[in-house]
Write a protein that binds this ligand. Structure first.
Ligand SMILES: Cc1cc2nc3c(=O)[nH]c(=O)nc-3n(C[C@H](O)[C@H](O)[C@H](O)COP(=O)(O)OP(=O)(O)OC[C@H]3O[C@@H](n4cnc5c(N)ncnc54)[C@H](O)[C@@H]3O)c2cc1C
Length: 500
């Protein structure tokens, strides 16, 4: 590439948000360049391999890979560039192991799930059904229309004329949080705590701070398109998108860390890599977090006023402390499900190292580990502050102590785990920051206080002309299918802006 190659669109980062934007635009014949600082695509949806184990870096409970409707955005993104990924249906979304003996499976079949839950709360049978049925209303609205840029007036008008009732339905739910709706129908405090956990386990905030639009998606799609695991590991999604991008004429460059976004007369016009290479583009998209974008890639002292305001409303969520384990098959009792959530005391739900998330993808795809071994990926929210200012020795000691605390707790559901460990790799928020290129290793933005649903989440355009953001710091937030939504919307807005 020459020093001054001009691209239609330059995308900083090949997370799923960046890749969906890139592939959508390449499919519209835009000249696209993706610059990724790491060795492989995917970001938090990437993978790594050690001693015969193929580990997912982060995400492993995958929505949006169903075959029907319009909310299966990962499937649709792959198809747009003529690639696909084989998936394995997960019969149970989560097996919860919660305080006071609440031991519950979220079955793929909606009625079976409601039966499981009402068995614990028979006096709330009606309330449970009314709450989850209301989630379906949100989902059905979303699932009846093409999900594109809410910043594009002609699309909004077209969609409104085609689906007036669905649009009005969504407008009604946009400023609402799941907890408010749950409290309308449900009174039992223990059940409300459970609804908090249902939200917390993907939004990392309790139900009263979780937007109803996101809750409607998750609580319904798990029974509609379902949770489906990509054969060969979650990394296959990003790899397939990158292949599709190149087949469609786009370019992706690895080990290409962007140092800064170049502006001229206040407009974004290009990027400079750490090695001094400069690329110019008509439009620049950042798939980095908003903190990385506006505090590192651009001069922090020139941060636009609306970004400062956004930071007053949203804060960085914690990162994670994580264990990637290879274990003997004998550790897993017969009938073990792929995803688990473990918490012993409700008071600890949102505390660092409180809730433990577990994923055992080898139960769905045994090829990810050597024969007769499984992968257990266990992680728990944690703050970077807990891991800073330590000597190397103190850091290692703290890591080891925290790892054994988690393993001890997991022994409750996997007796013999300690003795059955064949491989163990421990990651802290510092690991997440380093390998995922995310400020403080954050999982993404969370509201500082209770907000009006999703109303204050920014869309893709920014206050800097020519610069767009995509990924989990934009509407509608975290999760692979959510960032795919953001990617579709970003590409759509740019395509209109470029007249493609
Ligand atoms: C432990 C964990 C578990 C999770 N579990 C699930 C789950 O089960 N299901 C689910 O749906 N979601 C899950 N998520 C969330 C999901 O993975 C993320 O929301 C999503 O992958 C974020 O995608 P993104 O495109 O916004 O950005 P990222 O994945 O963060 O990708 C951004 C990319 O940009 C690159 N980059 C950053 N800065 C630069 C730069 N300056 N120059 C060049 N490249 C740069 C990074 O290297 C990275 O590849 C999980 C996340 C974690 C961490």
């Amino acid at each position: 590439m020459t020093r001054n190659s001009l691209f239609d669109v330059i995308i900083i980062g090949s997370g799923i948000g960046g890749l969906v934007t890139a592939t959508q635009l390449a499919a519209k014949r835009a000249k696209v360049l993706v610059l990724e600082s790491y060795l492989i695509p995917g970001g938090s949806a990437g993978y790594f391999e050690r001693e015969g184990y193929h580990f997912d870096v982060g995400a492993s409970m995958i929505f949006g890979m169903g075959q029907n409707g319009t909310t299966n955005l990962l499937t649709r993104a792959l198809h747009a560039v003529n690639v696909s990924v084989e998936t394995i249906a997960d019969p149970v979304q989560i097996h919860y192991h919660l305080p006071n003996g609440l031991d519950l499976k979220v079955d793929r079949v909606y009625e079976k799930y409601l039966q499981n839950l009402t068995a614990y709360f028979p006096h709330e049978t009606k309330g449970i059904r009314r709450f989850y049925d209301e989630c379906w209303k949100v989902f059905n609205c979303l699932n009846s229309m093409d999900l594109l840029s809410l910043e594009e007036p002609r699309y909004l008008l077209r969609t409104f004329l085609k689906h007036p009732l669905a649009c009005l339905g969504l407008v009604k739910y946009l400023p609402q949080n799941a907890g408010d709706i749950a409290r309308r129908y449900i009174k039992d405090p223990e059940l409300l705590r459970f609804i908090d956990m249902e939200c917390y386990c993907w939004s990392v905030v309790p139900a009263n701070m979780t937007p109803m639009i996101n809750a409607g998606m998750v609580f319904s799609d798990r029974h509609y398109g379902g949770v489906n695991y990509p054969k060969g590991g979650v990394g296959k999604i990003a790899q397939a998108l990158a292949t599709g991008l190149e087949k469609t004429g786009g370019k992706i460059q690895y080990q290409a860390r962007v140092k800064r976004i170049l502006t001229e007369r206040g407009k974004a016009v290009g990027v400079e890599l750490v090695n001094g290479q400069i690329y110019r583009g008509k439009r620049i998209v950042s798939n980095a977090t908003r903190w990385d974008t506006f505090e590192k890639l651009l001069p922090v002292e020139e941060m636009p006023r609306n970004e400062k305001k956004w930071q007053q409303v949203y804060q960085k969520s914690p990162s994670f402390f994580s264990l990637h384990m290879g274990v003997k098959q004998s550790v897993l009792p017969p009938g073990t499900e792929c995803h688990h959530i473990l918490l012993e005391d409700w008071q600890d739900m949102t505390k660092p190292q409180g809730t433990i998330f577990v994923s055992i993808p080898t139960l769905l795809d045994p090829d990810l580990a050597p024969a007769e071994y499984h992968i257990i990926h266990a992680f728990t929210p944690d703050w970077i502050e807990n891991w800073q200012g330590l000597t190397e020795q103190e850091y290692e000691k703290r890591k080891e102590a925290a790892a054994w605390r988690i393993i001890d707790r997991l022994e409750q559901i996997f007796p013999g785990l300690d003795a059955g460990i064949d491989y163990l790799e421990v990651g802290t928020p510092r690991t997440h920051r380093r390998f995922l290129g995310r400020e403080d290793g954050t999982y993404g933005p969370i509201p500082r206080r209770k907000l009006r649903g999703l109303l204050s989440m920014p869309f893709n355009r920014t206050a800097i002309p020519g610069l767009y953001c995509v990924g989990d710091s934009t509407f509608p937030g975290q999760g692979l299918n959510a960032v795919a939504f953001s990617g579709f919307a970003c590409a759509h807005r740019i395509a209109v802006d470029l007249g493609l």
